[in-house]
Design a protein around this ligand. Structure first.
Ligand code: NAD
Length: 499
């Protein structure tokens, strides 16, 4: 098969353990076909629990015995900066790998490379600022010091929707803190994470600090979460698997941070800048085919404006081009897999059986290859329907009408999720009141899905545990140690006791 990019080529990858590119111990491999083109794009080692044990043993030894955890912040910052430059230099190749493995539009994947570099640069600044504190107010004979130490061996588990971006929300911060890592990318999209491994070595990272193991969630991810020599798991993925990660962590009470699903509302009031809102609603739901934790999959619209405004959204959505992700005009590429396509179509079918009204799309596109779904808008969805409270993870907008702020806040907070939300209004009181009533880790006002690295990101409720990005991002990968210094003669335990 060829495209505007030339013939699509497959690549045979190996895993990274202790600085070496290796096969799985069983020798088994598996394949990935492009979900848009149905052609082979990669083969990878299929690891199992034994491979994880080998990788964890390496990470453990390097953490316990090598100089890596004791390098200066300045050295780590320099390394992270070099990785950013290397990602930038290889951006075109990395973007193409992402597109072929995931089905996302190439133009969008290119943008993601820029965002990824910015995260590595930001993590470099944090590496130099990790520090503890001093307590000089404990009396004349006592001085207290707290120090930040790397938490140890960290398992990083990532999903398929933003493979390089999401590992980059974890790995540079773990490295900034001085941890060693075992990375498990999604079995569907490991290519760029493995290429990142090459760039890390090229940048001068010592062997064994980062190890990358490819394979399926169970056994590879499961074994990593069960492992007693792993001190922390940072997981991004579904809420269902997030709960399994927490259960597995009990064995050694390892720290767990979770970035999970969302059912994110955009709440639209009549006094908003409607042109801006229109663009954000369409972008919010169709970006990355709706396969986005932050997807604005619910539109809560004031009942007084709905009948006039929904047709405008429909007209705008009709201009969204669906198709070959290598075509520069494409905005919506292919869904990731047959299983996921089935899930998305299942939600669409649930809408057909309900009182909701289909206003746009609702079908799989008939193509000779790939798996594409039309941009879909379903109106008159009510808060009790699966389309209103479950994560569809596809290009499907559920429109829900509300009468006032209280009802809107109630609907927003009626799902088990709490990742992000947007409020569209020019009324400052209303904007801030809504922002404070919404149970979500991020609330955007008059914008959507914008994420500077300085701002923390994460979920309330079943959308997650902990935060990524922001100034505390590297601290997540540390332990806080208290050191107390006593000066002068110490009062004896025996003092004052009868002899
Ligand atoms: P998933 O939960 O199926 O898989 C995520 C990762 O976990 C994969 O690497 C998978 O192999 C691994 N895994 C599977 N079973 C495991 C187990 N038993 N133990 C340990 N690891 C296991 O998720 P997905 O389908 O790859 O990604 C989509 C989900 O990710 C959506 O729910 C989406 O909302 C969520 N997500 C969240 C964020 C965020 O920042 N909050 C970002 C992106 C995606």
């Amino acid at each position: 098969m060829s495209s505007t990019h030339g013939p699509i080529q497959s690549h045979d990858y190996q895993m990274l353990i202790d600085g070496h590119w290796v096969e799985s111990h069983s020798g088994r491999r598996y394949e990935r076909h492009s979900p848009a083109h149905d052609v082979l794009v990669g083969t990878y080692p299929e690891a199992d629990a034994k491979d994880v044990d080998i990788a964890v043993a390496v990470a453990r030894r390097v953490f316990d015995e090598s100089d890596w955890p004791h390098t200066s912040g300045a050295e780590r910052a320099a390394l992270l900066g070099k990785v950013s430059v290397l990602i930038h230099e290889n951006a075109e190749e990395l973007a193409l790998i992402e597109t072929l493995e995931s089905g996302k539009p190439l133009n969008q994947a290119r943008d993601e490379m820029g965002w990824t570099c910015a995260i590595w640069d930001y993590a470099a600044t944090l590496a130099r600022h990790l520090r503890g504190d001093a307590y000089n107010n404990l009396g004349p004979d006592m001085l207290g010091i707290t120090v930040r130490e790397p938490i140890g061996v960290v398992g990083l588990i990532t999903p398929w929707n933003f493979p390089l971006l999401i590992i980059s929300q974890k790995l540079p911060f773990a490295l900034a803190a001085g941890c060693t890592c075992v990375v498990k990318p999604s079995e569907l999209t490991p290519g760029t994470t493995l290429r990142l491994g090459e760039l890390l070595l090229q940048a001068g990272l010592a062997p064994g600090v980062v190890n990358i193991v490819t394979g399926f969630g169970d056994p590879v991810g499961q074994r990593l979460c069960d492992h007693h020599d792993v001190d922390m798991i940072s997981f991004t993925g579904s809420t269902r698997v997030g709960k399994q990660v927490v259960a597995a962590s009990q064995g050694n009470l390892k720290k767990v941070t979770l970035e999970l699903g969302g059912k994110n509302p955009q709440v639209l009031f009549p006094d908003a800048d409607l042109d801006a809102a229109l663009d954000a609603v369409v972008f919010g739901v169709y970006f990355n085919m709706g396969e986005c934790c932050n997807s604005g999959s619910r539109l809560l619209i004031h009942q007084d404006m709905a009948d006039k405004f929904v047709p405008r959204i429909i007209e705008h959505a009709k201009r969204v081009k669906v198709g070959d992700p290598l075509d520069p005009a494409t905005k919506v590429g292919a869904l990731i897999s047959d299983a996921h396509l089935k899930k998305v179509m299942g939600y669409i079918e649930s809408g057909r059986k309900s009182a909701a009204r289909f206003r746009l799309g609702g079908n799989r596109l008939i193509t000779d290859k790939g798996r594409f779904v039309e941009p879909t808008i379903i109106d008159h969805v009510t808060a009790d329907m699966p389309l209103a409270c479950e994560e569809v993870f596809g290009p499907v907008l559920s429109v829900i009408r509300f009468k006032d702020e209280s009802e809107a806040a109630g609907i927003v907070n009626s799902t088990m999720y709490g990742l992000s939300a947007a409020v569209w209004t020019r009324d400052l009181d209303r904007a801030l009141t809504m922002a404070r009533r919404i149970h979500a880790g991020t609330v955007w006002i008059n914008t959507f899905m914008s994420g500077p690295q300085e701002l923390p990101f994460g979920g309330y409720r079943q959308s997650g545990l902990g935060r990524e990005l922001g100034r505390f991002a590297a601290e997540e990968y540390t332990e806080l140690k208290t050191i107390q210094l006593h000066m002068g003669p110490r009062t004896s335990w025996w003092a004052g006791l009868p002899r």
